[in-house]
Ligand binder design. Sequence first.
Ligand code: GLU
Length: 418
Amino acid sequence: MTIDLHRLALATIDAAADELDLDGWVRALLHQPERSIAVQIPYLGDDGEIRVVPGYRVAHSTARGPAKGGTRFHPGVTGEEVAGLATLMSVKTAVVDLPLGGGKGGVTVDPKQLSETELESLTRSYTRAIAGTIGPHIDVPAPDVNTGQRHMDWMADEYSRVVGAPSPAVVTGKSIAAGGSLGRDTATAAGCRTVILASARRMGLPSDARVVVQGFGNAGANLARMLAADGMRVVGVSDSRGGVHDPAGLDVNAVARTKAEHGSVTAHPGEVVTPEGLLGLDCDILVPAALEGAIDAEAAETVQARLVAEAANGPCTAEADVVLSDRGIAVVPDVLASAGGVTVSCFEWQQNLHGERWSAAEVSRQLEQRMCGALEDLWQAAEQRGLPLRTAATVLGVQRIAEAVGARAHARTSALVS
Ligand code: GLU
């Protein structure tokens, strides 16, 4: 994976810091994670051999609450990438105004090569390795690329064994039986859907707008299904092998069945397109829902959509961002468009801490309220300051973090002098 992500995160923070005229020491704090560890993770292979892979956990900021962010299993994971993603999480939780900071974790491994028992051994070993730096009031992991409910159940169980007490609030994204929240599995898609519908209305896009979704994992597939149910036309979708295009609109449920049966959306009837070709399809709304760096400057030149909603973390490179903004294409940035997952994670954490269970309707009501409120704040900040949405979002987030950092530093200094 690209190391550009950290550079991108710091560049957006700097742009926001300039706009806010932040003190040098606050910038310096935001540039470095508060805490970061690199660990070696031994795990048992099915052949009886022990293997060792590297892993990371980074808490970028706890100024607004415990660090919060996912755990990815991917062969391209590096410490640099995890630090960049953790930085984005601090901004993301602040943009949605959650009482949380930002963190991220990762393991450099290709999980597709591992059996279920190997995955469990790896996940439990990773949890033991980072157990000293996570905790319900310190740093709360969650799912990310290639991890889901079962990984989170293993992490919660292993951590509870280490500390000798049931601690479901240590991770979110668990199964319902293990203390997960209703609606967490589809939360990223649901949050992105709310943002897309509200932005499309604001921009005067038709209610049957044509949508292209890049990435058909948890976020992409659920989002495509939801938008189709809303009456939008999903004209193209893709996965890591390529894409399929139908200008009349795809039957998204049928595409999902094809992927389940044949392993890729490209087996579905329709015109097969390359991953690059997909980004340039004629449409109104483009949703990158795969990995970071998916849209570079060259691809950005080909985008025909009027609205790009970043369901993935960091899908546009810094250069692509400039091209899209110059071409007048509105980009609802990742720190808001992909914030549905961490928002319902926050609800899960709150339920665990208070021993509550919210109904699915309550979760979705509160999610919609949060996302709409944050989007409204964002459009307003962008208009008032005359900034593109991404910079405006970072300004909003960084301002809130800086206020928390400033208030705490002030309390500490006055404690010293009194
Ligand atoms: N991995 C998701 C994200 O990047 C969710 C994080 C969480 O729920 O804490 O936002």
